[in-house]
Design a protein. Structure first.
Lengths: 109, 414
């Protein structure tokens, strides 16, 4: 997969994964990988800067919780994060519809 | 696991404004991620080394991610700080530039001030020179109120040598008694005297030679004249003393009598440069008494002093004033002479005249009774002044003596 296609979708995928409930970085990577059936694999070099940026933007709220004998940082959506995710969904749907319309037309021809 | 421990040391040096738990949270989060990945890989491979290799290969450089997270967290503060530093540098540069600009402006201002002062000074100098030229070029007619009076004193002739040390006494009026300004000035080595600025008027002026010979003149300062210089020719040397003797024609019978002839000597004036110079200091005549035996007695007093000194209270003898006529000679006549025997007076020849003038004789008509005699003062030979007593005078003397003897015999006073 061209990594440039995923570049603009990282925030949307992260918010979408976290919208299911509080989670942490490694689980987010694995969830995206699982849900995309191995198609999307977010690298840690992209994941954590994105998480921290969304946290500074108040889309995410972090908290620490002990797990497996060590501290683990969990993220959950804030109301602003939920609104932002909804907007990104609409944006994606419009984008996907547009792409499908074009690609469908090309397929029919 | 050493690769996990390197996360902390990979971060930049701690900053003062860094939150205390920032780097700890970053490291904890990444370590948790790496451990989760390691446990998964270990479970899949069963080999710790392989698990680590695969985790590192998949994760990338944890240190780089840790530094990026740390920088992202402090980006705003770092940027703010950099902006502050940049602003400080910019402000410093601006202040330095402003200070330099102010210094340049002040320097130019100082230069401008110096230039203005120089121009002002030059303008003032030009104005002063212009005023000086205007004063120098001012015509004499502009001096309406004051006239500068100068004297140029020369010896003997109009182009003679400077009469240095000669004095000029200037009085405001027509005679010496009307002195108001009373200037007493001495000529310098060039013979000039600057009497200063005077109002146009008539002035009485007396010029004195160092030996007392003097000359008087009037000066009229004309209005509208800036400067007036009086050229005065002065005697270069005093008149040499003249020797002369008296030859009074006393009758033989009277020569042994204590009699004397009272004489009044007035010094001659002389013409120097067209002006008459008087030789007698203070205008006073000298008094001598020629005794019948030919002795000459000098009186230290005036006539009045001599003749009024008696204790008998007699009326003093009246005298006539000597009339002066110019000329280089002395004539022994009464009315026309400078040297004269006036008022025929016979006195005792006793040196102590103050109380011994008992006898006196005067011409009943009050006239002089002597012949004229001319004495040449320039002659080196002794001059003899011959005085001829008239018969009438001798007769009066004898009558007086007889009267005096009669009075004394009777015990009275003459």
């Amino acid at each position: 997969m061209d990594s440039r296609l995923l570049c603009g979708m990282v925030d949307t995928l992260i918010l979408e994964v976290i919208s299911s409930g509080p989670t942490y970085g490694y689980e987010i990577v694995q969830t995206v990988l699982t849900r995309s059936k191995g198609y999307f694999e977010i690298t840690e070099g992209s994941l954590y800067p994105a998480l921290h940026r969304l946290e500074r933007q108040k889309f995410l709220e972090a908290f620490w919780k002990e797990a497996d004998g060590r501290d683990r940082k969990y993220y959950k959506l804030t109301p602003a994060g939920k609104a932002g995710l909804a907007a990104k969904r609409r944006e994606w749907n419009q984008f996907a519809a547009g792409v499908r319309g074009v690609l469908g037309g090309l397929a029919r021809s | 696991m050493q690769w996990l421990e390197n996360l902390t040391s990979a971060l930049p040096a701690r900053r003062d404004d860094e939150p205390t738990d920032l780097r700890g949270k970053i490291v904890s989060e990444l370590r948790d991620h790496l451990l989760c990945a390691y446990q998964r890989e270990l479970m899949l491979t069963g080999n710790e080394t392989e698990a680590v290799r695969r985790v590192v290969a998949k994760f990338g450089d944890p240190s780089a991610i840790a530094r990026r997270l740390w920088l992202d967290a402090l980006k705003e503060k770092i940027m703010s700080q950099r902006i502050m530093v940049a602003l400080s540098i910019a402000m410093t540069v601006a202040c330095i530039a402003m200070a330099f600009a102010i210094w340049r402006v002040s320097e130019r201002s100082a230069e401008a001030t110096v230039a203005i002062v120089r121009e002002t000074w030059e303008a003032n100098q030009a104005l002063v020179k212009m005023l000086e030229r205007a004063v120098q070029e001012r015509p004499e007619r502009e001096s309406q109120d004051w006239v500068r009076l100068k004297f140029h004193l020369l010896k003997d002739v109009s182009n003679g040598s400077p009469a240095a040390g000669y004095r000029v006494i200037l009085a405001d009026g027509h005679d010496a008694n009307a002195t108001k300004i009373g200037l007493d000035l001495s000529a310098g080595s060039d013979g000039f005297i600057d009497a200063g600025l005077l109002k146009p008027a008539a002035y009485f002026c007396e010029v004195l030679a160092p030996w007392g010979e003097h000359m008087s003149l009037h000066i009229y300062l004309r209005a509208g004249t800036a400067e007036q210089t009086e050229v005065i020719v002065c005697p270069g040397e005093p008149t040499p003393p003249a020797r002369f003797s008296f030859a009074v024609s006393w009758p033989e019978d009277l020569r042994e009598m204590p009699l004397g002839l009272m004489c009044d000597i007035a010094y001659l004036s002389r013409d120097i440069g067209g002006r008459q110079w008087e030789a007698n200091p203070g205008g006073q005549n000298e008094h001598i008494i020629v005794a019948a035996n030919g002795d000459i007695l000098r009186s230290r007093h005036g006539w009045g002093d001599v003749l009024n000194a008696g204790s008998d209270g007699r009326k003093k003898i009246e005298f006539k004033q000597v009339e002066s006529t110019p000329g280089p000679t002395i004539k022994a006549t009464g009315k026309r002479l400078q040297f004269a025997v006036r008022g025929i007076v016979i006195l005792t020849a006793d040196p102590d005249l103050t109380d011994r003038y008992r006898w006196y004789v005067r011409d009943p008509e009050g006239e002089d009774a002597f012949v004229s005699t001319v004495i040449d003062l320039h002659s080196e030979e002794p001059n003899e002044l011959k005085i001829l007593l008239s018969d009438e005078c001798v007769s009066n003397v004898r009558k007086t003596l007889d009267l005096h003897k009669a009075v004394r015999r009777s015990g009275g006073t003459p």
